[in-house]
Design a protein around this ligand. Structure first.
Ligand code: UTP
Length: 474
């Protein structure tokens, strides 16, 4: 057998063990292992091990000159209603002329939730148990009806969940969207290594690869041809959101409008942190750059610092909702030599692997390191950014954990609270418990209403109003 040059490169880089079972594999298995290995940049792995794992050049984050990022206050707070109206009109015009698409990052592994299918398939609504994907699809359709437009939808998957995701949409007729308007693409992946820098195998014929983080979305949008599709269809901006948050305003005209008015590359929504230690990143500025400092990196004194009114100084919590301009995506993900690249971050994880004899090992403790990029690391590269305030109760309730905080239970309650607020808004009285959670279940289809205004319109046209003393399913 002639040795593949790739095997030689791995051997020279001290990663020859990746091919230790090669001779025992079928031709098909050999080909698939070689294809996986070809995705790996050995130089990059060596550098990551040296800088992020071995600690020789441990990164020290520079906090000098760090200030809270300015944000546009919501009109329900101290925001200027007239400027929000203008922004909304600008966003609506962009929607009407078809230059806006939705974009969900759904390539994560969802390990905390512990669901064995892609997270977007998770049944999340209070009564009908609609999946996350169905909720988003119906919100897209709701916005399409309002603005009499087509809103394409880009969906980023991973190698592991791609086919299941596509099959789910196909078997559900894309939840009423046209199949041509839904664009699926896979994100990139990175190998996991152990603390000595060796690439881990997940079986004799495969490398332990995992998705390269939501930050991988920028280059995946370019590599997959999604930006090409955007160009061909005159789509200027993407409304970016995460797969775990059914409260999201998938399409928010005011947010899109502020982004466009400011010719921003990347914009963000913030919520005021509920308390100093809340586990969300904070929007800051350093010089003329906007950046997010992760909660785990924010020094204690800054985390607790207050202003002259006693309010948290670093108040702006990041909730992973953005608008991205096509040009900025190409600038960041284009891959030409001058393009900036996002830093990789390390995470210690329990990674199923094999021992020296090829037997499967399921570690009880973290045994390896994964590398991921974060999308908010792109912010400092955007010459113009806008951060706007949003209301937690109408934009953010993620399903992250199986129980407790940010779980299916809290998310269900938050959905019902929002539906109840729309009912209250039209004068209907809903009985709630002490936490404001409706006593009877409520579900509102996004096709009936996807925000307070669209709900009010449909409600006013409803001939037979539901009995508010029972469950409400609209
Ligand atoms: P999370 O940070 O919650 O990670 O992702 P996760 O992998 O889904 O879940 P855990 O940590 O294993 O429990 C936030 C969003 O980013 C997407 C996820 O699908 C989710 O929408 N994401 C994350 C990707 O698309 N790709 C990734 O590589 C990581």
């Amino acid at each position: 057998m002639t040795q593949s040059p790739l095997i030689e490169q791995f051997t020279n880089a001290g990663q020859g063990h990746v091919f230790q079972f090669f001779g025992t594999l079928s031709t098909e298995e050999q080909e698939s292992l070689l294809a996986e290995a070809a995705e790996i940049d050995l130089q990059e792995i060596a550098t990551l091990h040296r800088t992020l794992v071995a600690g020789a050049e441990a990164e020290h984050q520079d906090f000098s000159g760090l200030e809270p990022a300015p944000y546009i206050a919501h009109p329900s707070q101290v925001g200027n209603s007239a400027s929000w109206d203008e922004a909304r009109q600008a966003g609506e015009a962009a929607l009407r002329n078809g230059s806006v698409a939705a974009f969900v990052v759904a390539g994560g592994q969802g390990t905390r939730l512990g669901y064995d299918k892609p997270k977007g398939l998770y049944p999340v609504t209070p009564i009908r148990q609609k999946s996350l994907f169905q909720v988003f699809a119906e919100k897209v359709r709701g916005a399409e009806n309002t603005y009499e437009t087509t809103i394409p939808w880009f969906i980023m998957t991973s190698h592991v969940n791609h086919q299941d995701t596509v099959d789910f949409f196909e078997s559900n007729q894309h939840f009423g969207l046209k199949s041509e308007q839904v664009h699926f693409f896979r994100q990139g992946r990175m190998p996991a290594i152990d603390t000595s820098g060796k690439i881990l195998l997940s079986s004799k014929s495969s490398i332990a690869m995992s998705p390269d983080g939501h930050g991988g979305s920028l280059r995946a949008l370019v590599r997959s041809g999604a930006t090409q599709v955007m160009e061909e269809n005159n789509i200027e901006v993407l409304s970016y959101f995460q797969v775990d948050n059914p409260l999201i305003k998938v399409i928010d005209p005011a947010f899109i409008g502020f982004h466009l008015q400011n010719q921003a590359g990347m914009s963000s929504k913030m919520i005021p942190k509920a308390y100093a230690e809340e586990k969300v990143g904070v929007f800051c500025t350093q010089g003329n750059k906007t950046l997010v400092i992760e909660y785990s990196d924010l020094p204690e004194d800054l985390m607790h610092a207050t202003d002259e009114f006693g309010q948290l100084k670093f108040l702006s919590g990041s909730i992973a909702i953005h608008v991205l301009s096509r040009d900025f995506i190409i600038q960041m993900g284009g891959g030409d030599a001058s393009a900036p690249s996002l830093p990789l971050h390390r995470a210690n994880k329990k990674i199923p692997t094999i021992d020296a004899d090829g037997n499967a090992v399921s570690p009880a403790e973290p045994n390896g390191i994964k590398f991921e990029m974060f999308v908010f690391d792109a912010l400092p590269f955007s010459d113009h950014t806008v951060t706007i305030e949003t209301q937690r109760e109408s934009d953010f309730s993620p399903v992250k954990n199986a129980e407790g905080l940010d779980s299916p239970k809290t998310c269900r309650d938050d959905q019902m609270k929002e539906f109840a607020s729309w009912l209250e808004n039209v004068g209907a009285k809903v009985a709630t418990d002490n936490n404001g959670v409706p006593l009877n279940s409520i579900e509102v289809s996004p096709l009936f209403g996807y925000d307070a205004n669209s709900f009010a319109t449909s409600w006013s046209q409803l001939a037979n109003k539901p009995d508010l003393t029972e469950s409400i399913d609209l």
